[in-house]
Design a protein around this ligand. Structure first.
Ligand code: NAD
Ligand code: UDX
Length: 479
């Protein structure tokens, strides 16, 4: 079967970039990305796309209106498509059974019901969203229970491995594409049809085919492994701070072993993003449901260590500022969960900011790409405070790092944006309150240079000389 028309349900961080690259690489396929949100589709059709992703604007400009379309007309798009990607959100459940751990599949179910209601011809339905193992069975049950006479479905699993901030490169030069399908002649035909789409630009040897359940589990496993490396190095960062070892040196030495490798060993304030925590919690819940409590406890530790790291860092900020930040002006540099994205989902900066606000601090926040409204939303929505107006008064959002730091007692660097490395810290020191503190949660600044300027500096996984002497003095007076 040759794919001529693709529909994608969900125009988010995955659906938008993934389908834009498919359209770029497959000029003979018509790709329509649909969403229930009219606002999001309008943004995709405008000059300012709804997400910031390096290289995305160029791809969209090249294809939009030719073979790439963004639309709320889900019905027409499903009717004409040979293949439908489901790229909807699968957040952690916030109510009911499995609350706080299980994936909420209501949007997946909604998408499946839409397809069943509308489709009048055979479709290949592809799970692009990250789902628990056996989710394809749920989709199949819904589709088969509601199918129209003569309409047949094949369900494939094709999880997405792109990382935000590098999505376009990740998609164009994917190390692997994973496709899982049923081990039946029809299932394998569908697998081959999707392989054919990717083979427009991905070498066949990089396209892995498996059974459906292996594919679904591999996605959860890949994210769990990556997050586990970060928690491992973060656990050692605490040991480094207590002993005088330097976590960057340890990571370099450990990562040089080719069996371990150097990537994802960057100690930090903690991992964020919409995927890691959610997907590990999903794996934990799955393990519990399968009566595998030891497996669940093992992965739980990765999340717990991440919480510990965020708490440890924030506590260090407060303790260093004489154990009180009430009414102190603190500059937060970086609010997104990593550089090169405007996404704030599960950003460690949110935890740091909320804790400092709870302690009475005044926050002056700057991020190069996060929208101001998004920052206000993250810090004032009902789940984080019941005094949104009070919190709002304690936050000021700036359009440059220099204006955020003016008059500040301390700078807390939460995101590793490149522009922070080249700030003029002498100029910054001059306009800050003294003693002036910098807490580098990403280990990106030149700490020696900062110490020489006169800053008190703390970072992750390394004791800095002035800090240790100050801490030694401070510990006599601290409660
Ligand atoms: P997102 O929230 O940015 O986008 C999801 C979109 O789906 C929303 O715009 C929503 O309005 C839309 N939607 C929901 N139900 C719909 C329906 N029935 N019809 C049409 N549109 C519908 O989410 P995302 O970050 O793109 O993630 C999507 C999935 O991909 C999740 O399962 C996630 O775990 C997975 N994933 C995300 C990333 C990432 O970097 N963000 C990477 C790999 C995998
Ligand atoms: C992740 C996976 O990498 C990707 O394959 C999957 O498809 C979606 O989830 P993403 O969350 O977009 O991608 O970004 P990633 O680069 O993995 O970073 C996640 C978090 O870990 C960020 O907060 C980042 O700052 C942090 N991180 C990453 C570290 O703290 N140290 C590291 O060494 C690497």
């Amino acid at each position: 079967m040759v794919i001529q028309k693709i529909c994608c349900l969900g125009a988010g961080y995955v659906g938008g970039p993934t389908c834009s690259v498919i359209a770029l690489k497959c000029p003979n396929i018509k790709v329509t990305v649909c969403d229930k949100s009219e606002e999001r589709i309008n943004q995709w059709n405008s000059e300012k796309l709804p997400i910031y992703e390096p290289g995305l604007d160029e791809v969209v400009k090249q294809c939009r209106g030719k073979n790439l379309f963004f639309s709320t007309d889900i019905e027409t798009s499903i009717l004409e498509a040979d293949l439908i990607f489901i790229s909807v959100n699968t957040p952690t459940k916030t109510i009911g059974n499995g609350k706080g751990r299980a994936a909420d599949l209501k949007y997946i179910e909604g998408a499946a019901r839409m397809i069943a209601d509308i489709a009048t011809s055979n479709k290949i339905v592809v799970e692009k969203s990250t789902v628990p193992v056996k989710a394809a069975e749920i989709i199949m049950k819904i589709l088969r229970a509601n199918t129209k006479p003569g309409v047949e479905y094949q369900i494939l699993s094709n999880p997405e491995f792109l990382a935000e901030g590098t999505a376009i490169v990740d998609l164009v030069e994917a190390e692997r594409v994973l496709i899982g399908g049923e081990d039946t002649p029809e299932g394998q035909k569908a697998v081959q049809a999707l392989c054919w789409v990717y083979e427009h630009w991905i070498p066949a040897k990089n396209i892995l085919t498996t059974n459906t359940w292996s594919s679904e589990l591999s996605k959860l496993a890949a994210n769990a492994f990556l997050a586990q490396r970060i928690s491992s190095i973060n656990s050692l960062s605490a040991v480094c701070e207590a002993t005088g070892a330097d976590v960057s040196e340890v990571a370099r030495a450990v990562g040089r072993d080719s069996r371990i490798g150097p990537k994802f060993l960057e100690a930090s304030i903690g991992f964020g993003g919409s995927c890691f925590q959610k997907d590990i919690l999903n794996l934990i819940y799955l393990s519990e449901c399968l009566n595998l409590p030891e497996v669940a406890a093992y992965w739980q530790q990765v999340v717990s260590l991440n919480d510990y790291q965020k708490t440890r860092f924030t506590r260090k900020v407060i303790e260093s500022l004489f154990n009180t930040v009430a009414d102190k002006k603190i500059a937060i540099l970086g609010f997104s969960f990593k550089k090169n994205t405007g996404d704030t989902r599960e950003s460690p900066a949110i935890y740091v900011s909320n804790t400092l606000l709870d302690e009475g601090a005044k926050l002056h926040i700057y991020d190069p790409k996060v929208e101001h409204d998004q920052i206000y939303y993250e810090l004032t929505h009902p789940l984080v405070t019941n005094e949104p107006e009070l919190v709002r008064k304690r936050i000021e959002i700036h359009d440059s790092a220099y204006s955020a730091v003016s008059g500040a007692h301390a700078i807390v660097l939460c995101t590793e944006w490149d522009e922070f490395k080249t700030l003029d810290f002498k100029k910054i020191y001059d306009v800050m309150m003294k003693p002036a503190y910098i807490f580098d949660g990403r280990k990106i600044l030149d700490h020696e240079a900062l110490l020489n300027i006169g800053f008190h500096v703390q970072t992750i996984g390394k004791r800095l000389s002035r800090t240790s002497s100050i801490r030694a003095q401070g510990s006599q007076t601290m409660p």
